[in-house]
Write a protein that binds this ligand. Structure first.
Ligand code: AHR
Length: 505
């Protein structure tokens, strides 16, 4: 029997809904053939697929990051504005593809406006200059009357877009990145970019380009840019064909966020920074099959990872970690939204929802504002890492975090204490875990809901001909008092929504 203890008074932070944000890159079939395809039966008058838009909408991402990713480091944003038939087709050097430029700044920002997403643009710090970044902020945000703002007006858009979130480059530490830099070179270059961008619009919020939260790069970059940025970006991708490594490797994010908290506190104190700095986990997901050639033949579009139930558990664990680190995480962007390592998978005229879609949707829908401390006692698992089980995408082993609780739990409540939401991941592949949930300072009072994603086979997947092989199931229950008993099925994610009232106990 496991025991989960939650005290409604023990807050660990306020959840920023931006942790449910997304990322779309000009890569393979993410934009072209995913988000945008004027030939698709579901396309709207602008060429964007309405079926994809509806599936994204249900995930309710507050922010979408664009246009890359590695793509951005060789992207000239000026190629993507003005009459479409005059836009150049470019060689794309990050992913060895071509870029038609049919979706550019105006198309993306207007789609975001129609769909009510806040755009988050990443500037090209690879082949790009600070003059080009400055011009992009002017094009997006300045009122008419200067050169780049007037180019926007000439392209049919009078009102500035008012883009607030801007990233200073993408993964600039990577040898694979066009224009890769050392940390010191990056800091010097980013300071020049930041200053002209902020002088163009002092209301923008800048994001420094970090690495994985664990590297020297993060320390040097945060130290060099803390006075200019509001967020520091880090990325994490994990995954392994080994079940236990796959479901436990998201704890990389937990370790990274603990270190980032320490780095942020340190630099804030040492350099007397008077504004808040948070982490933008602006790329995260399970991603290993494509990279290792496990899934796709080489003639398929790139990065079209196909997810199973174990990946859904991993993704739910990531979200639980972001909730538990609510004080530190200001934004997290699932990489990516459509086709490319994504929860939504399309073909012409149809789509299906991958396994990972369901926990993301449920957690996004039900998570409340106040993150609570949670104590879990129950069965545990010891991870045995061998060179064979540790996948190279893991930045560091996680076995030193042994033993792992079989249940991973995050809890949130609303300000009024009228509802408590728990996301419970049971990693045990074969056994359910009977659990007592013990409440303090609130008691359950009414009809609750349990939304569960599970399957008898941890390797179960969805597909065009079996779109609901892994799908959520909802049951209701009557809950009264300070103790509830649940049996969490093997290999499952359960979102429990419990109506509560304050207690004096
Ligand atoms: O999301 C896919 C790629 O992963 C991005 O382009 C890059 O930033 C990261 O390495």
């Amino acid at each position: 029997m496991a025991r989960i203890r939650i005290d409604a008074d023990r807050q660990v932070g306020v959840v920023d809904r931006k942790i449910f944000s997304g990322f779309v890159e000009h890569l393979g079939r993410c934009i072209y053939g995913g988000l945008y395809d004027p030939t698709d039966p579901s396309a709207d008058e602008h060429g964007f697929r309405t079926d994809v838009a509806a599936a994204i909408k249900a995930l309710d991402p507050p922010v979408l990051r664009w246009p890359g990713g590695n793509f951005v480091s060789n992207y000239q944003w000026t190629d993507g504005i003005g009459p479409r038939d005059e836009r150049p087709v470019r060689m794309e050097l990050a992913w060895h593809l071509t870029e038609s430029n049919q979706v550019g700044t105006d198309e993306f920002l207007q789609w975001c406006e129609r769909e009510h997403y806040e755009p988050y643009l990443c500037v090209n710090m690879g082949s790009g200059t600070f003059e080009q970044a400055q011009a992009w902020v002017e094009y997006c945000n300045a009122p008419a009357g200067t050169y780049w703002a007037d180019r926007r007006v000439a392209n049919g858009r009078v009102e500035p877009y008012g883009v607030k979130l801007w990233a200073l480059g993408n993964e600039m530490y990577g040898e694979y990145q066009v224009g890769a830099l050392t940390a010191e070179q990056y800091v010097a270059k980013a300071r020049a970019f930041a200053k002209v961008m902020q002088r163009t619009d002092h209301t923008i919020r800048l994001v420094s380009c970090g690495k994985d939260g664990l590297s020297e790069w993060d320390r040097i970059v945060l130290d060099g840019l803390a006075d200019l940025v509001q967020m520091h970006s880090i990325h994490v991708y994990t995954g392994s064909p080994d079940y236990w490594v796959n479901v436990l490797s998201p704890y990389q994010a937990d370790r990274a966020l603990r270190r980032m908290r320490a780095l942020i506190d340190d630099v804030t104190y040492r350099r007397s920074i008077d504004h808040e700095i948070t982490v933008a986990y602006d790329e995260w997901n399970v991603w290993y099959r494509y990279t290792e050639g496990i899934w796709e033949p080489s003639d398929q579009p790139p990065l079209e990872e196909r997810y199973d139930l174990s990946d859904a558990l991993a993704v739910a664990t990531y979200l639980n970690i972001f909730v538990r680190h609510a004080r530190t995480v200001g934004m997290a962007n699932l990489a990516q939204m459509v086709n490319v390592i994504a929860p939504i998978f399309t073909a012409p005229g149809q789509l299906f929802l991958q396994t990972i879609y369901h926990p993301i949707r449920l957690v996004s829908e039900h998570t409340q504002e106040i993150a609570l401390d949670v104590q879990v006692d129950g069965p545990t698992h010891e991870l045995v890492e061998t060179p064979e089980t540790v996948h190279w995408l893991l930045p560091a082993p996680v076995a030193d975090l042994n033993p792992f609780q079989m249940l991973d739990v995050a809890a949130t409540r609303d300000v009024e204490r009228s509802v408590l939401v728990l996301t419970v991941v049971n990693r045990d592949p074969s056994d359910s875990v009977p659990t007592t949930i013990e409440l303090r300072d609130v008691v359950a009072d009414g009809t609750g809901e349990a939304h569960t994603v599970t399957h008898r086979d941890p390797a179960a997947r969805n597909d065009f001909d079996a779109p609901d092989e892994v799908a959520p199931r909802t049951t209701s229950f009557i809950a009264r008092g300070g103790e509830l008993v649940f049996d969490f099925p093997p290999c499952s994610v359960t979102v429990l929504r419990i109506p509560t009232v304050a207690s004096r106990g």
